[in-house]
Design a protein around this ligand. Structure first.
Ligand code: ADP
Length: 256
């Protein structure tokens, strides 16, 4: 069975400073179908936003963000667990940091865990360990889980990473600001200047913007894996692509 990693960002999970439960419902539905054909690993952001629904700490301080993540992560997992239960899917939480992929021993331990979970039909839900891994929260590390999910895909041996965001794909310029922006359907190579442009996340809980997604894609291309960037609000694009081999929308990053 092919293995895929699905990453959902804050842009899709958070609406009006709340976790959008409806979106998790739709996600659960499609994941339950995808699991008939693929082994699925989910990477989810949203811990800080979930924490913020319970306690309004000032998010401009790093320690507050970390505290919000500590509050929010179990609540977010609880939400996932309840919703996936309706589809008879048991979920598991894995918190990782980039150090885990820096050390062969840690990587091996994490790989062993993933194999056991998948073999037992459990859905692993991965997030960066925000409380200690200041990387994501400082915008220096994985960047809203985009790069983390690329590592997850590579080290856990998935053939494809799917990033679900609030845009239809990768454009030649920011489509939120430019009406004439053109979408790329397939990208084989990412140029250096594209990796160096400024981060432009679209909501206050997002940290990545397009640049961290391009960095994720670049890492995967270098390792001969693929990435598909699509709109998390149009899940039919994803099911067409993954179940019917029909590329109707979204950007596929793939080597020639
Ligand atoms: P997420 O929380 O899903 O990671 P982000 O808000 O961090 O999402 O990143 C997605 C945003 O990146 C889009 O909403 C868009 O405003 C912005 N963006 C900037 N430049 C581009 C581009 N060239 N193509 C697509 N999106 C872009």
């Amino acid at each position: 069975m092919d293995r895929i990693v699905l990453k959902v960002g804050s842009a899709i999970l958070v609406e009006n400073q709340q976790i959008n439960t409806q979106r998790i419902e739709s996600l659960a539905k499609i994941i339950s179908t995808l699991r008939e054909k693929y082994e699925v690993i989910l990477v989810s952001s949203g811990a800080v936003a979930t924490g913020y629904t319970e306690l309004k700490l000032d998010k401009s301080f790093l320690e507050n963000k970390q505290a919000l993540a500590a509050i929010g992560q179990p609540l977010l997992m609880q939400k996932y667990s309840e919703i996936f239960k309706k589809y008879n899917i048991l979920t598991a939480q894995m918190l990782v940091s980039w150090h885990d992929f820096d050390s062969r021993k840690h990587t091996k331990n994490a790989q062993n865990t993933i194999e056991v979970l998948l073999k037992n039909n459990i859905l692993p839900i991965i997030n960066e360990n925000d409380v200690t891994a200041i990387g994501e929260l400082l915008k220096l590390g994985f960047g809203d889980n985009d790069q983390l999910s690329a590592y997850v895909a590579h080290y856990f041996n998935a053939s494809l990473l799917v990033i679900l965001s609030d845009i239809d794909g990768y454009y030649n310029k920011n489509p939120k600001l430019n009406k004439d922006a053109k979408k790329y359907k397939i990208v084989n190579k990412i140029e250096k200047h594209e990796l160096e442009s400024e981060a432009t996340p679209n909501n206050e809980f997002a940290t990545g913007g397009i640049v961290t997604k391009l960095k994720a894609a670049n890492f995967l291309l270098e390792n001969n894996r693929a990435m598909f960037l699509a709109n998390g609000d149009k899940l039919e694009v994803l099911s067409e692509f993954l179940l019917n081999n029909n590329h109707i929308d979204g950007t596929l990053f793939k080597r020639d």
